[in-house]
Design a binder for this molecule. Structure first.
Ligand code: ADP
Length: 187
């Protein structure tokens, strides 16, 4: 009996956390032992839970490095779910492969692209080795079409290509946008 890797990707607000919660809830109904992990860096709403933008939640184990996952998995573990996988190091690709080879079901959810529209962290490699891939969409906040991208706004204006990740004193926000309305100014 072999395992497999499932990946759920899309922009912010596309429902990745909701989908991860839905899948793990069903696994628990099937009486499978599920472990949910998320990178410690993502402290949106709460520390040790996966919380969707619509308020659903899941208990999660916070990790700083992907290799920590292996230390939590025991003989009974059947499903390993990882949210916000884009923030983990590339070792998560090997961890997912090892677990699937051992017979576990691995579900990874995360951003496929950063605010620039470029591949994000380890997600592209996970997409390549996964058996199952779902690329889901949000709603474009400008036109209402399906949105595949995440618009970063700094003080309400589109963030430039070279903008640093952390800005002191500025208010930043994110919106789902389609290709047409996704703006990344370059100077
Ligand atoms: P993700 O994990 O992909 O960021 P979540 O699962 O946290 O997404 O949240 C999805 C929820 O966000 C939707 O069910 C909806 O209630 C809400 N939402 C807010 N803005 C949008 C948008 N622009 N498009 C779609 N859903 C949105």
């Amino acid at each position: 009996h072999h395992g497999w890797i499932e990946v759920v990707v899309g922009p912010m607000y596309s429902g990745k956390s909701e989908e991860l919660i839905r899948r793990t809830k069903r696994a628990k109904i099937a009486k499978q032992k599920v472990l949910v992990f998320k990178p410690a860096i993502d402290n949106r709403y709460s520390v040790d839970e996966v919380v969707s933008h619509s308020g659903q939640k899941n208990d999660a184990i916070l990790i700083e490095k992907a290799c920590e996952i292996l230390g939590h998995v025991d003989m009974d573990t059947e499903v390993v779910a990882i949210d916000e996988v884009q923030f983990l190091d590339k070792e998560v690709v090997n961890v997912a492969r090892q677990l699937a080879n051992k017979g576990l079901r691995v579900i990874a959810a995360g951003l496929d692209m950063d605010f620039r529209g470029e591949p994000f962290g380890p997600t592209p490699e996970l997409l390549a080795i996964a058996e199952f891939v779902d690329k889901i969409t949000a709603v474009c906040m400008i036109c209402g079409d399906p949105a595949h991208r995440t618009q970063r706004l700094i003080n309400g204006k589109p963030a430039g290509y070279d903008e640093p990740t952390i800005l002191v004193g500025a208010t930043e926000s994110y919106e789902a946008r389609c290709r047409l309305h996704h703006e990344v100014p370059r100077d």
